[in-house]
Design a protein around this ligand. Structure first.
Ligand code: PHB
Length: 407
């Protein structure tokens, strides 16, 4: 008898497909894209509509290797036209600017190109290449992942019922993944950490204030000055996790941001109307194993990081690159044993990114209730980072990703 009752009501269509992908955000779509290029068909489903995914703002920094993969596999030519290569970033500590020169310190750079645009490019590429993606589905059930014949049942946006019969199911269903719950409790471990602060994120209609991103540590708390287009800027400042956006009129937002970046060099942000405001809570999370039977977890479904340092998307795209290679092998003559290679190849980078994101978050935020000792120690640590070549090189190497030979 099955452990859980299974809904076997008839469906309108049954489709046999090697890989079913649950989650059609950037990780799920990039996986489908890479599989498609290798001749492996897949079907992806997502609860959200395409429009919902396109309008949910996320980070905007791509590692150069990730940008190159997108360009080389035919989804990234817009990155080259509309993205911006950044060869460094600024850390402002107590109002003093320190440039971290990625190129000189790590021989690397990053690309400013928003995640929403990566998603649009991937969704367009799936359409162009004839890939099947169902957005706006409901009642998704993932069944039989403990066997070699897993299934995904769902109701499409038009109300019709479908079943996918796959060889593997990939859970790329984001930080609130339900796929990861399919790994039985006694076989999984969940690691995590919470933070006593959040980010207040704003989109402002104003020209950029700086050529590169500015990460500011100040007695008033953390701020990040990022960019979107010539006319729209993305900015964040540390706030309480229960902060209410209604309490933040434009003038209060600008006064807070200006105070956090102010310094002896007279740096000021160019102000303009605030177009959007959101409180972003975050945490660190990893679930192991990343594979259970025929189920493989990728991206935020398996691990989330705090947004400082913009590792999340980069990490997710690294997962699916490894996973695509493993799936192609597993579906070919090598068979199922090839699936064993996924977790070891993905997990090392996952923990590196967990460490870096946590480290950079703790380095730059002022924890509420911190003792004077802790605040002075933090300034000492910042001095070790910006004031020594080894410290700057460490930041530059982690921020830009890790060299391929080191993966
Ligand atoms: C962003 O542009 O949204 C962004 C950039 C860098 C970060 C986090 C977010 O570390």
């Amino acid at each position: 008898m099955p452990a859980t009752p299974v809904d076997e009501t008839p469906v309108d269509t049954v489709t046999e497909v090697p890989v079913a992908v649950v989650g059609a955000g950037p990780a799920g779509l990039m996986l489908a894209h890479l599989l498609g290029r290798a001749g492996v068909p897949s079907v992806a489903v997502d609860l959200r509509t395409r429009r919902e995914i396109e309008t949910t703002h996320r980070a905007g920094i791509l590692e150069a290797d990730v940008a190159r993969d997108l360009v080389e596999t035919g989804v990234g030519d817009r990155i080259l036209r509309e993205g911006h290569e950044h060869t460094g970033t600024e850390l402002r500590v107590a109002g003093r600017p320190h440039r971290i020169d990625f190129r000189e310190l790590a021989g690397a750079s990053v690309w400013l190109y928003p995640q929403t645009e990566v998603f649009k490019d991937l969704a367009d590429a799936r359409e162009r290449d004839g890939g099947t993606v169902h957005f706006g589905v409901r009642d998704t059930e993932v069944l039989d992942v403990g066997t070699t014949a897993p299934r995904v049942r769902f109701t499409a946006a038009d109300g019709t019922r479908h079943e996918l019969r796959a060889r593997c199911v990939v859970g790329a269903d984001g930080s609130r993944s339900t796929c990861r719950d399919l790994v039985p409790e006694r076989h999984r471990t969940r690691h995590g950490a919470e933070y006593p602060f959040a980010w207040f994120g704003v989109m402002a209609q104003a020209p950029s204030s700086a050529a590169e991103l500015v990460y500011a540590h100040s007695a008033h708390g953390f701020a990040l000055i990022s960019q979107r287009t010539e006319a729209v800027q993305r900015m964040y400042f540390q706030c309480a996790p229960d902060e209410r956006v209604e309490d933040w009129p434009d003038a209060r937002i600008w006064a807070t941001l200006q105070a956090r970046v102010a310094g002896e060099d007279g740096f000021r942000l160019t102000e303009g109307p605030i177009l959007e405001r959101t409180v972003l809570r975050f945490r660190s999370f990893v679930q192991e194993p990343m594979r259970w039977g025929s189920l493989l977890l990728a991206g935020d479904a398996a691990h989330t990081v705090p947004p400082t340092g913009a590792r999340g998307l980069n990490l997710a795209l690294h997962d699916v690159k490894v996973l695509a290679g493993v799936l192609v092998r597993a579906l070919g003559p090598e068979g199922e044993p090839a699936l064993d290679d996924y977790q070891p190849a993905a997990l090392r980078r996952v923990w590196r990114a967990q460490h870096f994101s946590t480290w950079m978050t703790r380095l730059l935020h002022t924890p509420p209730g911190a003792t004077p000792f802790e605040l002075r120690r933090q300034l000492g640590e910042l001095d070790c980072v910006v004031g020594t070549r080894a410290g700057r090189a460490y930041l530059a190497e982690q921020y830009t990703g890790w060299p391929s030979a080191d993966r």
